[in-house]
Structure formats: structure tokens, C-alpha cells
Design a protein around this ligand. Structure first.
Ligand code: LLP
Length: 432
């Protein structure tokens, strides 16, 4: 991994990470605003400014905090939310409602009401009951809701099966089946409380190959043609989801956004020209690729256990509770000792977490300088799905989050206190 050092310490966005660990404590998530904005600028240059009528919607599940949503809003990007909590965070960040897109395969009535009350820009239908539900709520509130259908494009992707979503046997999306999708489309066209805009798909996550995206774009465009033929209805918007891969270790070779977006747009533009079709709005929904590499985690090394001839475990003061990805998806990470950043490797160790779970191993067999208690281990590329999937297992507190910007650092999420961990708990009267 590429990184800068100063006085033997890992530097992150102009900040000394060892000093950050001292000031804010560990475990600590550190996010570089500069690096997030660099990714956004790449999207601006190679997608938003390059093509007409296109948008980026940040998938907030990757990292949803008030400060992050401010960064996204400043870019003029839209926001994908999938729950009342993600929508609430957007509302509290004063994110423009018209730029919010609500996904989710099981939105509750309360969530739909909240979304319609707030006036979100799009609701993406992902179940067969939803058009009727939205219509009923919209009628009562005298609103018309812009909708898209999330379709299951039935493409297989090269990624961990746990983060693959576009295949036929999936809980996500509506199958492209005459008997299932077409009655939905007819209903949407005929329902005055909804404005049917088009289709959405998301094929999977952490992809390095554009094949699945391009196959799915072809399938979506076929549907655009079919909807015109069957219903004399013009599709106005297509959402191609996210899924663009990032570098977790040096083995990963991520591609620039344009590797995905240029051929997808070429396909759309060729289709529109051939069919004499007005170009629909094209939306992409990246999450991971905007924030993953901008984030690192800092942990303090504690217990060290050497099993001669077998393995040396070095334990950190967090683990699967702040990064469940290794345990859940066998995700690989790499890192360095932030306070010995210039020192050569001297031993091979396994970095383990402190949760009572055998799968709580952060990095297996990593070469580090001689590890001592008190060293700070920095894990790279933990910006996406780390904080957002953190838990209180073993009643461990959720760590603080710091945002850096060219030498400045401020806390954007305070460390959870022990009182906060139990603040909603009560002892029932019959136990007192
Ligand atoms: N849009 C939709 C509808 C999605 O379901 C997702 C991710 C995204 C966009 C953003 O995908 P991204 O660009 O981040 O790949 N927790 C897993 C990832 C789950 C992704 C679920 N959906 C992980 O840590 O790998």
C-alpha cells in the first residue's frame, strides 16, 4: 500500500496517526476528507461532467454520518438510503430531500410514510406489494411519488457470494418475468399517485470486472424497448447501482470509475441512437468506492501470544466489533505499525481482535517490525462497511470517528460510553 511517513510515524492526510491515537484514543476510525473528495472529483470529471443527464447517488450504507453526508451534498451528489435510520441521518444532515433515493427490499409502512413526508426524490420498488402501499400513502398525503423498479438482472458476478445480489435466486429485486414484472409496470403506469420513471439494478459489490454491469445494462435496455412496445411508455431513468471494487491489499487492482461508466454509457447512447430514443437519466450508486480507501482504523496492541513453531498472535483493542468484514466475508486487509512505519519487517504475526469469537482475526500472517504491547496497528481501507457495520458484541463500545483535512483533525462521531451501551436497558418489575 502507498503511504507517507514522518519521524517514523504513519501520516494520514497531513496528520500524524500516532498523535491521533493519543488524542482521540483507540480503537479509532480515521477518514480523510481530502481522499473522499478526490474520489468524488474523479466521478465528477469522468462521469458527471462528461455525459448529459447523469447523476451519482452515494450509497450511504457504506458510511453514513452527518459529516459524510455534508461532504456528499457539497459535491451535488444524490444519496441512497435504505432504512428509517439512514433517512433520519439524511434529514438531520439537512440533505436535500429531492436528492434522496430510497431503496430497500422490505420497507415498512412507517418508513414509506417518513420518506413521502420528507419528500424524497425517488422510491425504488423492491417488492410486489409496494406500488399499492405507496399509492395509498401518497393518496392520503396528496402526493405523487417518483418510482423505479429494482429488477433482478440474473447475472452472476465474481465476488464473495455473500455480497452478490443480481443473480436469479436473490431476495433483492423483481424478476424479469412476464407474469411478475409486467403486471407491476401496468399497475404503476395506471396509478396516478406514482410516476413510473424506470428501472434499477445492483449486480453485486467489490467487482473488478465490468462484465456483469454491461450484461445488466443490456438487459435493462431490452426492457426499455419492451416497455415502449407493450405500453407505448417511455422510460426516463435507469439506475445501474454500485459495486465498483477497491484496494484492500496489494493483490487488489481496482479500475478507475470510467472503466465501468464509459462502456455502460456507450451502450446507452448507441441504443438511444439506434432506437431513436431520448436518453434516459443515468444514475450510479457507488458506496464502497467513494469511502473505503479514505478510511483507516487505529488499534493499540495488547496481549502477545507466541505458539512456538505455529503462530504468534498479537491482539488489538477492537476487532470484529469495529470491522466484521474478515469474519463475515473472509475479507483480507493489510496494515502497518503506525509508530514503526519506517522499520523493516522482522516477524510474521496474526493480528487478532478481542471479541470472544474464533473468527475475530483481522489479518492473518502479516509481516511487521517486532511487535510490542503499546504499538499502534493501522489497518488500511476500512472506510466502507466498517463503522457502518460496527456492533456492541461483548458490550464493546463503538469507536470514535475522526475526519482529517490536510493536517486538521476533528471528531465527527464520539466514542460510545459504557453508559450509552446500556442506556436503553431496564430491569422488569418481576425481577426487582
Ligand atoms: N446500491 C444498492 C441497491 C446496494 O444494495 C448497494 C450495496 C450499493 C448500491 C453500494 O454498493 P457498493 O458500491 O458499496 O459496492 N457489507 C458488504 C457490502 C454490502 C453491499 C450491499 N449493497 C461488505 O462489507 O462488503
Amino acid at each position: 500500500m502507498d503511504f507517507e511517513t514522518k519521524n517514523g510515524h504513519l501520516m494520514w492526510d497531513g496528520c500524524d496517526t500516532v498523535a491521533l491515537a493519543q488524542e482521540f484514543g483507540t480503537p479509532l476510525y480515521v477518514f480523510s476528507q481530502t481522499m473522499i473528495e478526490e474520489k468524488c472529483q474523479e466521478l465528477q470529471r469522468d462521469f458527471v461532467e462528461k455525459y448529459d443527464n447523469v447523476r451519482v447517488a452515494f450509497a450511504s450504507k457504506a458510511f453514513s454520518t452527518l459529516a459524510m453526508l455534508k461532504i456528499i451534498e457539497k459535491q451535488g451528489f444524490s444519496l441512497d438510503v435504505v432504512s428509517d435510520g439512514e433517512l433520519y441521518t439524511a434529514v438531520k444532515a439537512e440533505f436535500p430531500a429531492a436528492h434522496i433515493e430510497m431503496n430497500g427490499n422490505n420497507k415498512s409502512i412507517e418508513e414509506l410514510e417518513m420518506a413521502i413526508d420528507y419528500g424524497v426524490g425517488r422510491i425504488i420498488i423492491d417488492s410486489l406489494q409496494e406500488v399499492a402501499l405507496i399509492a395509498a400513502i401518497a393518496k392520503e398525503k396528496q402526493r405523487v411519488v417518483d418510482i423505479l423498479f429494482r429488477i433482478t438482472p440474473e447475472v452472476n458476478v465474481q465476488t464473495h457470494s455473500f455480497i452478490s445480489t443480481g443473480q436469479k435466486d436473490s431476495k433483492f429485486g423483481i424478476p424479469i418475468d412476464e407474469a411478475i414484472l409486467f403486471p407491476q409496470i401496468k399497475q404503476a403506469i395506471e396509478t396516478p399517485e406514482v410516476n413510473f420513471l424506470g428501472f434499477h439494478f445492483h449486480v453485486g459489490s467489490q467487482l473488478f470486472d465490468n462484465e456483469a454491469h454491461l450484461a445488466a445494462v443490456g438487459i435493462a435496455l431490452d426492457l426499455v424497448r419492451l416497455v415502449k412496445e407493450r405500453f407505448d411508455y417511455t422510460i426516463k431513468e435507469l439506475n445501474f447501482g454500485g459495486g465498483f471494487g477497491v484496494r484492500y491489499t496489494d493483490a487488489d487492482q481496482p479500475k478507475p470509475f470510467s472503466y465501468f461508466t464509459d462502456p455502460m454509457m456507450a451502450q446507452v447512447l448507441a441504443f438511444c441512437e439506434e432506437e431513436q430514443f431520448p436518453q434516459p437519466a443515468i444514475v450510479i450508486e457507488p458506496g464502497r468506492s467513494i469511502v473505503a480507501e479514505a478510511g483507516i482504523s487505529l488499534h493499540k496492541i495488547g496481549a502477545i501470544k507466541e505458539l512456538p513453531g505455529l503462530r504468534k498472535y498479537v491482539s488489538i483493542d477492537g476487532g470484529m466489533t469495529d470491522n466484521i468484514r474478515p469474519g463475515l466475508y473472509e475479507a483480507e486487509y493489510t496494515g502497518i505499525l503506525a509508530n514503526k512505519a519506517d522499520q523493516p519487517a522482522a516477524e510474521t504475526v496474526t493480528v487478532s481482535g478481542k471479541a470472544c469469537e474464533s473468527t475475530d482475526i483481522l489479518v492473518k500472517d502479516i509481516e511487521l517490525p517486532t511487535v510490542e504491547a503499546g504499538d499502534i496497528f493501522a489497518t488500511f481501507s476500512t472506510g466502507a462497511y466498517g463503522y457502518s457495520m460496527a456492533s456492541n458484541y461483548n458490550k464493546l463500545a463503538i469507536p470514535a470517528v475522526v475526519l482529517t483535512n490536510d493536517g486538521q483533525a476533528e471528531c465527527i462521531v464520539k466514542r460510545q460510553t459504557l453508559d450509552q451501551i446500556i442506556q436503553n436497558e431496564e430491569i422488569p418489575s418481576f425481577l426487582k
